[in-house]
Design a protein around this ligand. Structure first.
Ligand code: ATP
Ligand code: MG
Length: 352
């Protein structure tokens, strides 16, 4: 198995985090396959990796110590965590992202969720070697990017959507300009012509907010060849669909959904936030989105539970009644990939 690039915390980051008492947590990151550390209590610490969630054999003092650790870590990330501000989301040195939340909102004590961000994206070849792009999937995703298809990468929380999207950007020809828009900058790509925009929350006086919706509008004026939205999660769906319907082929976004078949309903729900009715979302999506690439975690013989992989590639179609459907083109099962009703259309799309 190819080792995960950039997964370990560098010495300088280690130093700073160690100083506030995060040593025991850092030790869990010595395993380059660790993707998340979840602290539910002083003696309930979990890691996520290729084998799924595992309980770690460490203790972090008592609840008071844990609360102090949470506040100190948030401070290292330039944030604030106290009774007045009981939840925080910050970047930490060493490419870590930390979410922390305190009681009484967290019912049973402080909760920490650490996510390891990659310093460098996996190449598509590395993802294929890890089993993320099984069988014909690797060829199909190459084809989709080359054909400038507009893509939605769907999946549940932590399924590997952002990671796959980052890797796909590595396939975009260097002659094209990519504008990336994110709520919190996460996408890492070696592409030589990629610029990134990050949304901003309002300050304590309620000023200075820069929403994803506004960023999509800005991006359209920046001569993008491809617009990439890290995660489509709200009313910005309207601007994204507009952008994709006005000639920004080869664009992409990730979206939360438990199956490709659930993406239409999710889009309808997001569209409603932007005041769009379901038939309008269906019509715009059918015209804008070429394919849905769904990622999930699969149990595979000999590799333990939880390998992140592409589980399905589906195309979208709007019926006469204005209903949107995700039609399977390729479904990955136990060691096999099965062609679905939209396979022929997918083949035409990727020009084979
Ligand atoms: N194919 C993969 N192989 C190994 N590790 C992976 C793979 N895909 C993702 N990961 C790791 O899993 C974690 C979650 O991945 P990622 O952030 O891409 O998921 P996501 O679906 O975008 O999550 P979220 O729902 O939080 O947006 C990260 O630490 C990432 O490095
Ligand atoms: Mg993500």
């Amino acid at each position: 198995m190819v080792s995960a690039p950039g997964a370990v915390v560098d010495p300088a980051g280690r130093e700073r985090l160690g100083r506030v008492g995060a040593g025991p947590l850092l030790a869990l990151l010595d395993d380059p396959e660790t993707t998340d550390i979840l602290v539910n209590g002083p003696d309930s610490v979990w890691t996520d990796g290729p084998g799924g969630l595992r309980r770690a054999a460490i203790r972090l003092g008592d609840r008071a110590r844990l609360r102090a650790l949470a506040a100190a870590l948030v401070a290292v990330g330039g944030g604030r965590l106290d009774d007045a501000c009981p939840a925080a989301d910050v970047r930490l040195p060493g490419n870590l992202r930390l979410h922390a939340i305190l009681p009484p909102i967290a019912r049973d004590g402080p909760l920490l969720s650490l996510r390891v961000l990659r310093r460098r994206a996996f190449t598509v070849a590395e993802l294929a070697a890890r089993g993320t792009l099984p069988g014909p999937v690797a060829g199909v995703v190459h084809g989709l990017v080359a054909a400038r298809a507009n893509l939605l990468v769907s999946g549940a929380t932590g399924a590997g959507k952002t990671t796959l999207l980052s890797s796909l950007l590595g396939l975009v020809p260097p002659t094209e300009r990519i504008v990336v828009i994110e709520e919190a900058a996460e996408i890492a790509s070696p592409h030589p012509h990629l610029v990134r925009l990050e949304a901003r929350r309002a300050n304590t006086e309620g000023r200075g907010e820069f929403t994803l919706t506004e960023l999509v509008r800005q991006a359209m004026r920046m001569r993008p060849d491809r617009i990439v939205l890290g995660e489509c999660r709200g009313a910005e769906v309207r601007e994204v669909l507009t952008a994709l319907n006005t000639g920004h082929a080869g664009s992409a976004a990730t979206i939360h959904a438990n199956a490709a078949a659930d993406v239409p309903a999710r889009l309808a729900a997001l569209g409603a936030l932007a005041g769009m009715d379901a038939p309008a979302v269906a019509a715009q999506t059918a015209a804008a989105i070429d394919a849905i690439v769904h990622v999930g975690r699969a149990a595979r013989a000999g590799e333990g539970a939880g390998v992140r992989q592409v589980r399905e590639i589906a195309l979208v179609a709007a019926s006469d009644g204005g209903r949107l459907a995700a039609v399977p083109a390729l479904t990955v099962g136990e060691g096999t990939a099965k062609k679905g009703p939209a396979w022929d259309r997918l083949e035409r799309l990727v020009g084979r």
